[in-house]
Each structure stands twice: as C-alpha cells, then as structure tokens.
Design a binder for this molecule. Sequence first.
Ligand SMILES: Nc1ncnc2c1ncn2[C@@H]1O[C@H](COP(=O)(O)OP(=O)(O)OP(=O)(O)O)[C@@H](O)[C@H]1O
Ligand SMILES: [Mg+2]
Length: 241
Amino acid sequence: MSLLSVRGLQAGYGKVQVLFNGHIEVEPGELVGIVGPNGAGKSTFLGALAGSVKPSSGSIEFQGTSIRGKKPEDIVRLGLALVPEGRAIFTDLTVNENLLLGLTGRRDKSGSAKAIAEVTELFPVLASHRGHQAGLLSGGQQQQLAIARALVSEPKLLMLDEPSLGLSPTIIQDVFGVLNKIQKLGTAIIVVEQRAHLIMSIASRTLVIREGHVRATLSREDAKDETKLAAAYFGAGADHE
Ligand SMILES: Nc1ncnc2c1ncn2[C@@H]1O[C@H](COP(=O)(O)OP(=O)(O)OP(=O)(O)O)[C@@H](O)[C@H]1O
Ligand SMILES: [Mg+2]
C-alpha cells in the first residue's frame, strides 16, 4: 500500500478551476519531485493535499484513509505536513517559539521536548539562534526554521513548496542536504521546485505539472535528456526558443 495515493484531483478558487487532474503515488520514505511552469497549479496541488485548498473532485488516500475534505490541522496530525511557499514563519516570535508552535501538529503530546531536541540537532544553526527573533534570521536560516517547525509534528510525509526560492546556490545545497538527511531518517518527501535538474538529481521520480494536469513522470536519468525534459516541461513540439 502506498503512503499517499491521489487520483483525479480537481481544485480551484471560486469559479476558477486550476487543478484538473492531480495524481501522485508516494511510497514510505520516498522523495518525489514536482516541477512545472509558473501558474501551472503546483502550489494549489500541495494546498489541496494539505487541506488549505478544498478539492472539488478526486480522491486523496493517506495511509489507506481518505483525507479529502479534512481540516489542515487534522491532516497534520495524521502525519502530512506542508512547508508553504514563502516559509510562513512567525517573524516576531523567537526561533524557539516558532518550534513550539510546531508541537500543535503532533498526534502524541508526549515526547515533545525530544522532538524539538532532535530537530535542532538536524539544524545546528537553529540551536545557536534559539532565543533570536525569527525575522532577523537570514533567508536560508528562515527556510530551515520553517522545515524544522514542520518536522516537530513528526510527519510521515513532508511537503515543501519551493524551498530554494530566493536562496543562494550554497544555501540551496545546505537545504537540500538536510532533505537528504530527513529522507534517510525514514520520512517521505514531496518537493515542488523550479530548478528541474536540482530536484531530479535527488528524487526517485519527478512529476511535471502543466495547466493543472500531471503531464509526465520523469526518472532521474531523464535529467540528462534535455529534449525529453523540454518536451515534458513545455509540451511536445512546443517552440520555446
Ligand atoms: N488564493 C488564490 N485565489 C485565486 N487564484 C489563485 C489563488 N492562488 C493561486 N491562484 C491562481 O491559480 C493558478 C495556479 O496557481 P498556483 O499557485 O497553484 O501555481 P504554481 O504552479 O504554484 O505557480 P508558481 O510556480 O508561480 O508558484 C494561477 O493562475 C493563480 O493565479
Ligand atoms: Mg507555487
């Protein structure tokens, strides 16, 4: 049984439909990428899985249970956490207070202190900045804090929406290095990423979303095939000179 199994997912905003056919399968501990042009519906797809966008049709099974229509906080407690685009940390609160807020997503309240200790071990920079105001951290540090806060809920599946946005290449390497560690600890991950090559090098499979449809699934080897990559990204035969 897959950890996450999504079929025919449709969603939008008011009368405007954005997602027409969202589907994905994620196995326990797997890292799956999602790429696609701006406005393709990638964030809407993640939002629909996390419960912040209401799907109008389709099925979302997480650990064999339907989670479609559940509230975001209930979905987090079931083990599916989202780090949204733009990080959404509380900039006026300290690093430690932000981490404590992540505890509300825990199924089991016992072990809270241990969860925070484990997460700060993964991100040494947060340990050394625990008392600092989160808004004064660098972009890369804020991204690490956003990931750390999601991890405090001990998700089985962590979803990240463009974690590299606005970060320098070196910091991006750091953030992706952490994703690697998180995956090694047994957590499955979905990453939406604009940099196709970057995500394809670490994901077992990468889905291409265009105009609200999952149009292709690319393997790690496909990253070397520029023609196939371009066709998947822009549409077969599309002229993108
Ligand atoms: N809250 C909202 N209300 C109304 N329309 C929205 C809202 N959020 C997104 N949209 C629209 O839905 C479409 C898909 O947006 P979405 O954010 O899912 O795309 P995306 O693939 O994540 O793009 P990007 O790469 O720029 O982050 C866009 O046309 C966008 O304008
Ligand atoms: Mg987006």
